[in-house]
Design a protein around this ligand. Structure first.
Ligand code: GDP
Length: 511
């Protein structure tokens, strides 16, 4: 394919100091670069001892290992040299400075090595994305998914689909050619339609995964919300076990949305502390409330925290639909859980309100005189919140929340003390159970990005249209071509210049 003339180099390992550093050089002058640094080109793919010298003064910069991967059997498809000097900052700076003085060499841009690999057909675009995700993966679940994607889980499947499409297209085109000659053989269009239908079924099945692959890649979002002073920041801090949010006895001090990334048993969960959502005239606070609403709107789960020690839930007025009314905690919880109170609406002010899953957290239980039965429940929380069966959690059945009775929701009411930590483990275990039941099906998820979803939806739509067009070969051929094109864009075979910059922008330099 293309050939890039410039030879590029970069530090591919993390910033020093470290025991060793990895500096890569790729391009037609990679070998010349080694020579310029006084390094003899090693046997291909065999580590060799090397003294790296400054090309101007001849001074030895460091002793290192050198590796040589001649084109085309390298990651970029070009000649690649790799130097592994000691990972001190001055060493790294010295080697990079020396390389920058070699003619025809320049520093690589972010993702440029991988981009060259892609342009030289070493990996398709879904594998490139998998590689980017692998570098960014923070949890086991994300790592596994990224690795599968890098190994071609989606790319290989898409290529098989594309080949079948091309076969269908060939049949239809043959039929069109024959019809010009007037002697039309039968049995060309029907097999093409069968292929189109089967492919549409397969692609639609891959798409109906509840968005799990994308959610695993990005992490589930849990928003901690509720009236000011209920103890949201205290809870977030308790969970994060660090001082992430300001804990203050004064209402409205947590103005921004603070987020904490958690690794819950291998599943990524982002916890958001939304500022006390309540009416306010303070412009700074209004901005906090706006951001809090926006973030909460995108959440998979809302932990609605209440101060159980305040009989009316603390300050009045933040209870949507019941400002000024003295409704007790238990009754309020019942109403929220049953969907009678538009908490979601107040929280996000929009159409997603109904689909938000909400768990109710009664906080400050340490201040509450508890009847014996409640004490028992508090103590038993642990037993109640073991991870549930797959696919049965509230994340994925949130759409039907409104139709469920209060009893169904009892399991989603938690009694805790954020201050002492009591009950917090049970809450976390329940969150882990939810995350697991929601994300555990991702082993088979092929779609991990919106880009994949769009391309596959386009393909499936064109295939369905094709399947309905039996008699019109010319239109049928056009739809099949469209479908093949969308699949080609997915793997980066065709017409992807516009998405390349976006994809490679997220890479680190040196990758
Ligand atoms: P936020 O406005 O909802 O974020 O509330 P904060 O986390 O800032 O807490 C408000 C006040 O309640 C602070 O003085 C906390 O120390 C206190 N607080 C929070 N959780 C608990 C708890 O479980 N028990 C007790 N006794 N006090 C708490």
């Amino acid at each position: 394919m293309t050939h890039s003339l410039a030879t590029i180099f970069a530090l591919s390992s993390g910033r020093g100091p470290a025991a060793i550093a990895v500096i890569r050089i790729s391009g037609p002058r990679a070998g010349a670069a080694l020579t310029a640094l006084g390094v003899k080109i090693p046997q291909p793919r065999k580590a060799a001892f090397a003294r790296i010298r400054d090309p101007a003064s001849g001074e030895i910069i460091d002793e290192a290992l050198a590796l040589w991967f001649p084109a085309p059997n390298s990651e970029t498809g070009e000649d690649v040299a790799e130097l592994q000097p000691h990972g001190g900052r001055a060493v790294i700076a010295g080697v990079l400075a020396a390389l920058s003085r070699v003619e025809g060499l320049r520093m690589a841009e972010p993702g440029e090595f991988t981009r060259r690999g892609f342009e030289n057909g070493k990996l398709d675009l879904t594998a490139v994305e998998g590689l980017a995700d692998l570098v960014m993966a923070e949890t086991e679940g994300q790592r596994r998914q990224a690795l599968r994607q890098m190994q071609g889980a989606l790319g290989k499947r898409a290529e098989v689909w594309r080949q079948q499409l091309i076969q269908a297209l060939a049949l239809v085109e043959a039929r069109i050619d024959f019809s010009d000659e007037g002697d039309v053989p039968e049995g060309l269009v029907e097999p093409a339609l069968t292929i189109a239908r089967t492919l549409a079924d397969e692609i639609e099945a891959a798409l109906s995964d509840g968005g799990r692959g994308e959610r695993l890649r990005e992490g589930l979002t849990v928003a901690i919300a509720g009236p000011p002073n209920a103890g949201k920041s205290t809870l977030l801090n308790r969970i994060a076990r660090r001082e992430a949010a300001i804990v203050s006895p004064y209402a409205g001090t947590t103005r921004d949305v603070i987020e904490v990334h958690l690794d819950l048993g291998g599943w990524p969960v982002t916890l958001l502390d939304t500022a006390g959502i309540r009416p306010t005239d303070d412009p700074v606070e209004m901005e906090g409330v706006r951001r809090a609403r926006e973030r909460a709107a995108g959440a998979d789960l809302v932990l609605w925290v209440e101060d159980a020690s305040a009989p009316d839930g603390g300050e009045e007025g933040h209870w949507p639909g019941m400002a000024g009314s003295a409704i007790g905690l238990a009754e309020r919880s019942r109403m929220i859980a049953a969907g009678d109170v538009p908490v979601g609406n107040a929280l996000v002010g929009g159409s997603r309100a109904d689909t938000l899953a909400i768990w109710i957290v009664h906080n400050k239980m340490d201040l509450v005189e508890r009847p014996k039965s409640l004490n028992e429940r508090f103590a038993q929380n642990i037993a109640q919140h073991e991870p549930k069966d797959r696919g049965n959690g509230s994340f994925n059945r949130r759409a039907s929340r409104k139709n469920e009775s209060y009893a169904d929701h009892n399991e989603y009411i938690f009694d805790i003390s954020a201050a002492s930590g009591e009950g917090v483990d049970a809450l976390l275990r329940a969150m882990l159970g939810e995350a697991e039941s929601f994300l555990a099906g991702t082993e088979s998820a092929l779609v991990t990005r919106e880009r994949h979803r769009e391309a596959l939806e386009e393909t499936a739509t064109a295939l369905r249209r094709a399947a309905d067009l039996g008699a019109r070969e010319d239109l049928l051929a056009e739809e099949l071509r469209l479908a093949a094109h969308s699949l080609g864009r997915l793997t980066g075979r065709v017409d992807v210049e516009d998405v390349l910059d976006v994809i490679f922008r997220d890479f680190c330099i040196g990758k």
